[in-house]
Design a protein around this ligand. Structure first.
Ligand code: 13P
Length: 252
């Protein structure tokens, strides 16, 4: 049976002490709850080792927000997959729309990032999703198809089985404008059908597909109730432990 996941993408927020406080609140909060999902926190890179220490003593899992496509060398400011593995990081977000937009990450680069993460046994959380203009032009299915084909479909079935997919319509990120449960379900079902076409029904059924974009404690239940929505990748609402844990409790 596929896994439900609620993952928090903290983006570029929190000082060290604030980050430690937040992770501590999440971990303590989780102790009291019997959750029907895996919980992942993705803090800024500087705090990964600290967060990873918490993960050793609790059920929380830790993810990075980005990785270099290179293994090592003269790439000032970058962080490599072996570095993440050396502090026991289990997941890494790849291809977030903010990285595609502000850092001009290409399909090819993202394919390399996915490959190097898998080489180091780190599970990619691969983000896909269309911008508003693409939805208005009704090419959102084609856009997402291309993102998956160009960056993921070179993988073999075994490799692909380590992936988590996150559908994040860019027009819903940080805007307060959530996709409707119907819009999310429609795209998630489409993504699952693409995976089935490439890797077979079994792999498609086992793949966790998260929704991201203004997901909050008020709308999570309706989103996660859809049969192809297996949880969320949460931005703003992951910065408050209470809100984040409420979202993690939104599975029937
Ligand atoms: P918001 O939840 O703040 O809209 O961000 C979503 C997101 O980008 C998660 O990766």
């Amino acid at each position: 049976m596929r896994k439900n996941i609620v993952a928090g993408n903290w983006k570029m927020n929190k000082t060290f002490s604030e980050a430690e406080e937040l992770i501590d609140q999440i971990v303590v909060g989780m102790e009291e709850l019997s959750l029907k999902c895996e919980v992942i926190a993705c803090p800024p890179a500087l705090y990964l080792e600290m967060a990873s220490d918490y993960a050793e003593e609790s059920r929380i899992k830790i993810g990075a927000q980005n990785v270099s496509e290179h293994e090592k060398g003269a790439y000032t400011g970058e962080i490599s997959a072996p570095m993440l593995a050396s502090v026991d990081i289990e997941y890494c977000i790849v291809g977030h729309s903010e990285r595609r937009k502000y850092f001009h990450e290409t399909h090819e680069q993202l394919a390399k990032k996915v490959d190097i993460l898998l080489d180091y046994d780190i599970k990619p959380i691969f983000c896909c999703g269309e911008v508003l203009e693409e939805r208005e032009k009704e090419i959102h299915f084609d856009v997402v198809k291309k993102q998956l084909e160009e960056s993921l479909f070179h993988l073999n079935k075994d490799e692909f089985s380590n992936l988590v997919i996150a559908y994040e319509p860019v027009w819903a990120i940080g805007t307060g404008k959530t996709a409707t449960p119907e819009q999310a379900q429609e795209m998630h079902a489409y993504i699952r059908s693409l995976i089935a076409g490439k890797y077979g029904d079994d792999t498609a059924e086992e793949t966790t597909i998260l929704y991201g974009g203004s997901c909050n404690p008020g709308n999570a239940k309706a989103l996660f109730a859809n049969k192809d929505v297996d949880g969320g990748l949460i931005g703003g609402a992951s910065l408050k432990a209470d809100d984040f844990l409420k979202i993690a409790q939104s599975f029937e």
